[in-house]
Structures are given as structure tokens and as C-alpha cells.
Design a binder for this molecule. Structure first.
Ligand code: GAL
Length: 615
């Protein structure tokens, strides 16, 4: 790792309040740069070298280049091929082996797994139903499942660049991953067996605009035509996210992507192309996935490679937030005018937030304030402008000062009201304790390790209960942020729906579990016996039902992350979140159902209105 990235990373951690306990992997921080050796308690260092799928074969020859690169892009001159060549100078982009799963709707559904949890555990929700029309689904993202990184004219994103050019920072590249690109027909057939009525996918911007703007790629557009049609054919409603972190490399090299206001027009143009093409079939749109996570990392490799003047690693996350909000606002405006003029069918649009309002560590006013501040910095910084009044929370403005660009009156007007429903990726709730030296001192000191939210980073996650207890059942230690916190879910849903009420209701747009040490299991029966994940889903679904029936929360849908194991960002194929196991060592990339797949199916079949369960 070059010194440049080491020092850059240090600055970013400081500026966007990444907790001291940050590790490689994790929902809030899951796209962080890997440390060369693991510093995670209870784990061994990640294996060196890139575990790539056995389905992969090389499409080019590596020249073994080792210099420290910045991609070159000259507008009007640099081609997609030039950009790929800059990547393949370091290592070849792999392609999937041909498989008989392509276009196949055949699969074996093994008999139900042996019973695990006693039925009295769900006694309190017996007979309760999810409301009519409830969206039950799974979620995915283009980079994480598609593969075919270089196929049919797709241009490179920053996620094609970073892992190839800095292989020490990533456990592999997403060249092939699950090869959804070729195997989606089989994948939908399998999903139907789970009874889902919804599939949340993202489009790859560079499949549609290989250079981010300019020439559109018809082959890329056709691919999503086929995917959307296949979903609908299976009675599965597609929900489409426009941006799940895969910034076009060309735009990053050209003007610093989300560091620049230029991104707003390029994003809007891409969004408009997608609305016009798929607006007849797609009724629910998401502009951005987890902007807070994305922007917290955007000053570093691979999210951005180029700072325009006046932007540095310290203020970059806030310029990103600002530009992204404006990009969201513009795209929503475009969407609504296309609907209004009758070009596309009416639907709904929003963005997906993440994180949570933590449980205060104690009843002390300072701990309660720490929890409120956390909610402002992690949720409110995007949600308040969109859902309430067009402007950032006061805490954020006061603490961040000139780091946070002001939203002009025109921008506020554009952003306010730019969402039809509220979507939150809600994996877990954590705890908040005031920073050790007090919130006031911390908030005024940009070098304080807990600045700007000013909660004590040491007790946020796993060690989050007073008395030295863990806060709840822990996931894989490499996702130390993830705790089965079912006991705090109802309060959270009450908070979200009260703070950001919408006519379109609330969606849990992602939730899921990284089973502890799943990656170290060697026997298939062990891998598919994911008791921790089964428990997690059972617990959360139970709480969702109670939240609807006892708290009156307008919850309209929940999407599990993820349909199968996939490319978990810097952790590559090694961190598993799937309801299905994918054997990446077999060239056919066979999928196998896990216990959790059956658990979700059975619970939802029991609690959905019969017509909402996809038979
Ligand atoms: C989410 C993210 C997904 C996935 C998941 C599990 O934050 O949107 O892409 O990585 O976390 O870590």
C-alpha cells in the first residue's frame, strides 16, 4: 500500500468520524480499505492473494505492472478500451466459464431442513398477517452479483479499477462474482421458490453509459430489459436502484465524480435514460444506495481518484453529500416530469438510507444527546433535507461549519419533498455513549477521534451494553458492526416513521446477516446450516409484525440481503450474506439453498396474505 493511501485514509477516518473500532468489512464501513494484516480480535489475517471464482478464466495477459497509478482520461479522446487497458496493465479482467445454468429454470429443491427453533418462540405473532400488498423480497447490487465486468461494451467503474490496480487492499475483484449476468434466468426461478414478490436490483451505470456520459450502450440497456422482463414473468416486482456505489471510472478521472457539481447533470442524464427505457415496467425507483456510507469513503480509493480544486480528504465527504443530494433532487424532478407529461407510468421514487438511531447507553442527558447526534449525522444529514425542510440538521451545520457546503434556497426547494416513501437499510441498532471528554469539547475539536458525532466509538457496536456485556448475538467478527438487535427494532421503526413520515410508508430496504465463520466451513452441510442467519430473520420478521400490529407502524415491505453470497466489497467473496450458498470453487458456480432460505419462505408464507406469497 502506498504511503499516499495510508495517509489519505488516516485523514478520512478523522473527518467522517469512522469509529476507532473500524475494521475491514461491515455495513456502515463495509467498503473500507483493507489493512494489510488483520487487526480484528479473534480472527486470523485474511489470506493474501485474490480468491477468484473457479468459473473464471483470463481474457487478457497481465504485464505485472507495479507503479502507483492514477487513471488518465482525456474527454473526447480516451475510449472505453483505453480505460480497460489501464486496468489490465495490472491484472487481467476474468470472464466466467460457460455454464449449463445459463437460461435454465431447472434446480433441485431439497426437502425441508430439520426443525431448529421451537414453535412457541413465534407464539406472540401467531395469526398476525402482513398487510395486503406487502412487498417481500431480496436485495442485490450490480457490482456484487453481475460479473461480466467487461462484457458487451460495459465501461469500468471505480470497483473495476481499485481491486485490479491495488490488489493488496481488496480480497479480489468483482470480474465474475455470481455471474448473474448469464445466470439470471436460473436465479429468478430459484427466487420464485422462496415465494418473494419483489427483487431489489441496481443498474450498472457504466453498462448503460460506459464513460458515464456521452454514448449510450444499447447492449447494456438490453440486458436490463431482459432482467426486468424475467422478473415480471416470475411475478416478481423489480425495484430499481440507479446507483449502488459503482461510480464510472471516466467521471472519477475526469472531474472527481461526486466531488464536483458536474456529477449532477451526468447522473440526471443517466437516470432519465433509465426512466424512459424501463418506466413502463418499473414502478419503484431508488436513486442512491446508502449515500452516507458512500460519501464517508469517497475521499479514498477506489471511490474517487481525483479532487477538484478546493476539495481535500477532510471536506470531501461533505461535498459528496451536497452534490449527491442535488443529483438526487434533479433526478426526482426529471422522473416526476416524465410521469406528468405521460411519457412513463406513475410510480414512486426515493433513496435508501442506512444506519440507525442508537439506544442511549444510559439515561444521562449526555448519552441521550450522543444518540440524537448520531441520528443527525448518520440519518438526518440526508433525510432531513429530503423529508422535512430542504436543509441539514442544525447539529451538523454547527459542528461541521465550513466543511459542509450550504444548500442554496434553490437547492433546498429542489430537494425538499423529493421522495415518495422512506427506505432504510436496517441491519442492526447500536448504542451511543457520550464522547469521554464530553460532547461540547469534542464538537469544537476537529481532531477529536469522535468528532463530529461525538459519541464514544469504543462502545458503539459489539461491546455495546453496560456491565461489560455484548449488546446481542454477534455476526462474523469481520462484520463487528453487526449484532442481532431484534430487541431494539420496534423502537427504531417507531422513531423512523415518526421522524420522517411519508404517504408512501416505510420500507426496510436491506437487512441481513453474516454468519460467524461461515467462510471457514468446509463441508456443504455446515455451510448451509446457517442457524444464526435463520434466527436473525425469524427474530426480525417477528418484530416487524409486532411493529405493524401493536405500534401502528406503516411498514410496507422488507428485503433480505442477499439472494446469495456475493462480492462483499473489499472483503471480496469471503464474507457471506447469502440465503443461498454459491460454491465459487466450482466453475459452474452452483447455488445451494441455506436453512435461512427455507425459514424466510415458511415464515412469510404463514404471515403474508395468501395472494402476496408468490406461488
Ligand atoms: C449494505 C450494502 C450492501 C451490502 C450489505 C452487507 O450496506 O448496501 O451492498 O454490502 O451492506 O454488508
Amino acid at each position: 500500500m502506498s504511503m499516499r493511501f495510508l495517509s489519505l485514509f488516516a485523514c478520512i477516518s478523522l473527518a467522517f468520524a469512522l469509529p476507532q473500532t473500524q475494521v475491514s468489512g461491515g455495513n456502515s464501513y463495509n467498503i473500507s480499505i483493507l489493512s494489510p494484516t488483520s487487526d480484528i480480535p479473534g480472527t486470523t489475517p485474511p489470506t493474501t492473494g485474490s480468491p477468484t471464482s473457479a468459473a473464471a478464466t483470463t481474457s487478457a495477459t497481465s504485464t505485472g505492472a507495479t507503479d502507483s497509478p492514477t487513471p488518465t482520461f482525456v474527454a473526447g479522446k480516451t475510449t472505453v478500451e483505453d480505460l480497460w487497458a489501464q486496468i489490465e496493465k495490472y491484472s487481467p479482467v476474468l470472464v466466467a466459464a460457460k455454464s449449463n445454468l445459463t437460461d435454465s429454470t431447472k434446480f433441485d429443491l431439497p426437502p425441508n431442513p430439520p426443525t431448529f427453533l421451537p414453535s412457541y418462540l413465534s407464539e406472540n405473532t401467531k395469526g398476525l398477517k402482513f398487510p395486503k400488498g406487502f412487498r417481500y423480497g431480496v436485495a442485490s447490487a450490480a457490482t456484487q452479483v453481475e460479473g461480466a465486468a467487461k462484457e458487451d461494451g460495459k465501461g469500468p467503474s471505480v470497483w473495476d479499477y481499485g481491486p485490479h490496480v491495488y490488489p493488496d487492499l481488496y480480497l479480489g475483484a468483482p470480474d465474475v462474482t455470481d455471474d448473474f449476468y448469464h445466470r439470471y434466468v436460473n436465479d429468478f426461478a430459484r427466487l420464485k421458490a422462496m415465494g418473494v414478490n419483489t427483487f431489489s436490483l441496481s443498474l450498472s451505470w457504466t453498462r448503460i453509459y460506459p464513460l458515464g456520459s456521452g454514448q449510450v450502450n444499447e447492449a447494456g440497456l438490453k440486458f436490463y430489459d431482459k432482467v426486468i422482463d424475467e422478473a415480471i414473468k416470475n411475478d416478481i416486482q423489480p425495484i430499481v436502484t440507479l446507483f449502488h456505489w459503482d461510480t464510472p471510472l471516466a467521471l472519477s478521472a475526469q472531474y472527481g465524480s461526486f466531488m464536483s457539481m458536474n456529477i449532477t447533470d451526468d447522473f440526471n442524464n443517466y437516470a432519465e435514460t433509465a426512466f424512459r427505457r424501463y418506466g413502463d415496467r418499473v414502478k419503484v425507483w431508488i436513486t442512491f444506495n446508502e449515500p452516507r456510507v458512500f460519501c464517508s469513503q469517497t475521499a479514498g480509493n477506489p471511490y474517487n481518484l481525483n479532487f477538484p480544486s478546493g476539495i481535500n480528504a477532510t471536506n470531501a465527504p461533505y461535498h459528496c453529500s451536497h452534490n449527491l443530494l442535488v443529483a438526487h433532487g434533479k433526478a426526482v424532478k426529471t422522473y416526476r416530469s416524465l410521469v406528468k407529461e405521460g411519457t412513463i407510468k406513475a410510480g414512486q421514487i426515493a433513496f435508501k438510507g442506512d444506519d440507525n438511531k442508537p439506544t442511549p447507553w444510559s439515561n444521562s442527558p449526555e448519552d441521550i444527546e450522543a444518540s440524537n447526534r448520531h441520528a443527525d449525522f448518520f440519518i438526518g444529514i440526508f433525510a432531513k433535507p429530503v423529508y422535512i425542510d430542504g436543509d441539514y440538521p442544525t447539529t451538523c451545520k454547527e459542528t461541521l461549519g465550513s466543511f459542509l457546503p450550504e444548500l442554496t434556497p434553490e437547492e433546498q426547494k429542489l430537494i425538499k419533498g423529493s421522495a415518495d416513501f422512506y427506505a432504510q437499510d436496517l441491519y442492526r441498532i447500536n448504542t451511543a455513549k457520550a464522547a469521554p471528554n464530553g460532547i461540547k469539547a469534542c464538537a469544537g475539536n476537529v481532531t477529536d477521534p469522535n468528532w463530529p458525532a461525538c459519541q464514544d466509538g469504543r462502545v458503539e457496536y459489539s461491546s455495546g451494553a453496560p456491565g461489560g456485556w455484548g449488546y446481542g448475538q454477534q455476526a462474523d467478527p469481520r462484520s463487528n458492526w453487526l449484532v442481532n438487535s431484534w430487541f431494539a427494532i420496534r423502537e427504531q421503526l417507531k422513531y423512523l416513521s415518526k421522524t420522517y413520515p411519508t404517504k408512501g410508508g416505510l420500507y426496510i430496504s436491506e437487512f441481513g446477516w453474516a454468519e460467524a465463520f461461515e467462510n471457514q466451513r468446509t463441508e456443504q452441510y455446515q455451510i448451509v446450516s446457517d442457524y444464526g442467519r435463520e434466527t436473525y430473520y425469524r427474530d426480525y420478521l417477528n418484530e416487524f409484525l409486532l411493529s405493524i400490529h401493536q405500534d401502528g407502524v406503516d411498514l410496507r415491505g422488507v428485503f433480505a440481503w442477499s439472494l446469495y453470497d456475493n462480492y462483499e466489497w473489499a472483503l471480496g467473496l469471503t464474507q457471506k450474506f447469502g440465503l443461498q450458498y454459491v460454491n465459487f470453487t466450482d466453475p459452474a458456480l452452483p447455488r445451494h439453498f441455506k436453512r435461512s432460505f427455507y425459514a424466510m419462505r415458511d415464515i412469510m408464507q404463514h404471515h403474508l396474505q395468501p395472494e402476496d406469497f408468490n406461488k
